[in-house]
Structure formats: C-alpha cells, structure tokens
Write a protein that binds this ligand. Structure first.
Ligand SMILES: [Mg+2]
Length: 223
C-alpha cells in the first residue's frame, strides 16, 4: 500500500509499464529478424542469432533505443516497419484509469521513456493517451538513456520534481537502480511487462501486478 500523501509526482515508463511490451518484443525478436533474414537469405534462426549479437553490443546505450541507428545499421526502414504492425500496440490493463485517477487526486504525472521520439509519437498517435499526462518525454531529448549516470538529475533540470516526493514505475531493473542512486525515493517494478510472456522474477523492488492494487487510497484529493 502506497502512502499517497507523501507523493506529488508520478513518473511512468512507457513500454512494459503503460503499454504492453509484447509489441516491442515481437517487433525486435520476430518481425525484424524475419525481414532481415528474407533480405540476406538467412533462416529465421540464423537471422535471430546475427541480430541478437548486434542488439547485445549496444544494450544500455541510447543507440539501442534509436530508430535512426537501427535504420542505418540494418539498412531497413525501422519506422515504416513499426507502422506496419502498429495494430499490436496496446495499453496495459487499468493503466489509463490509474493515470486519470492520479491526476484527479492532484498528482503531476509524466511519461518518461527511452523510446525514440518517433516511436513515442507513433505510440501516442495509436493509443491517444498523451493528453492524460502532464508531459511526455523521450530520453533522447536529454541525450542520455534512463539507465545512464546523470539522467535523473538532467531530467530534474528540465522538469523540476522533488525526488523525495516522486514515484517512478518502470519495468527495467537497470533504470530503477539508476533512479534509486540518483535519489528517487519511491520505486515500483512491473510483474509482467509482456502479456504474452511469463512474469519477471522479483528483485529488490516491489512489483506491481495490477494497477488497481495500488490505486487504493487515491480517491481523496491530497495536495
Ligand atoms: Mg520499459
């Protein structure tokens, strides 16, 4: 149970937190390898092996999340391929109700994502959820990924928030760890970021299973 009166800002991750991570997992692990394999005369398994090595080499950096980087590296139109399967983008259960309730309770709510501005735009256009947030921010505009040193203080310079009175909800362990190091006090992980995959093992952060579980106590406007 969260003590809501001790929190005035809630930062939401996008993929795997507000949105189902299935879109991204399917895109990078099935759809892109299928196209890459077709182009280079490789089987699906061979293409996956090649691509997995490439993915691993930039994980945790901004390039990993960059449409331009992958379009260039793989010589494929990544934006167009994402558009082709945009029907697979979906909002996680109760995420929007939770965001709406937070704002009715007087909290400031921001979406802070490692997604490239182009991916953020596609997902906001497809789901229509952007107006429910006070701000939607791509980490690319700060030139750092959320798991990189200094990200959370850089974000504070642009969107002043009190780390002691802020809650971050994110499905990425490296991101949560970095936020903790940079002083964000309230941190929650997501139990099952991809609806088509098994839940994650609990680590040092409390996991949210259903947003409805933590909405209790939010009804009263507490400023
Ligand atoms: Mg995420």
């Amino acid at each position: 149970m969260i003590e809501w009166k001790t929190i005035d800002t809630v930062l939401f991750d996008m993929d795997g937190t507000v949105l189902d991570l299935h879109f991204d997992n399917y895109f990078w692990e099935d759809f892109v390898p299928a196209h890459y394999g077709k182009r280079h005369g490789l089987s699906a398994t061979e293409a996956s092996t090649v691509l997995r090595q490439r993915y691993e080499s930039v994980k945790g950096t901004l390039d990993w999340y960059c449409i331009d980087f992958w379009s260039q590296t793989l010589a494929m139109d990544i934006s167009r391929l994402k558009e082709d399967i945009r029907h697979k983008i979906s909002v996680r259960p109760h995420a929007l109700d939770f965001v709406k309730q937070l704002r009715l309770s007087g909290k400031r709510v921001m979406l802070v994502t490692n997604a490239h501005p182009g991916s953020l735009e596609l997902k906001m256009r497809h789901t229509g959820i952007a107006p429910h947030f006070d701000h939607t921010i791509s980490s690319h505009t700060l030139k750092l990924a959320k798991e990189n040193e200094g990200f959370w203080s850089a974000l504070r310079q642009q969107h002043d928030y009190d780390p002691q009175r802020t809650l971050l909800i994110d499905d990425s362990l490296p991101v949560l760890r970095r936020a903790r190091e940079e002083g964000i006090r309230h941190l929650l992980a997501i139990r099952q970021p991809d609806s088509q995959r098994a839940p994650l093992h609990p680590e040092e952060f409390t996991q949210v299973e259903h947003f409805t579980d933590i909405m209790k106590g939010l009804d009263d406007r507490q400023l």
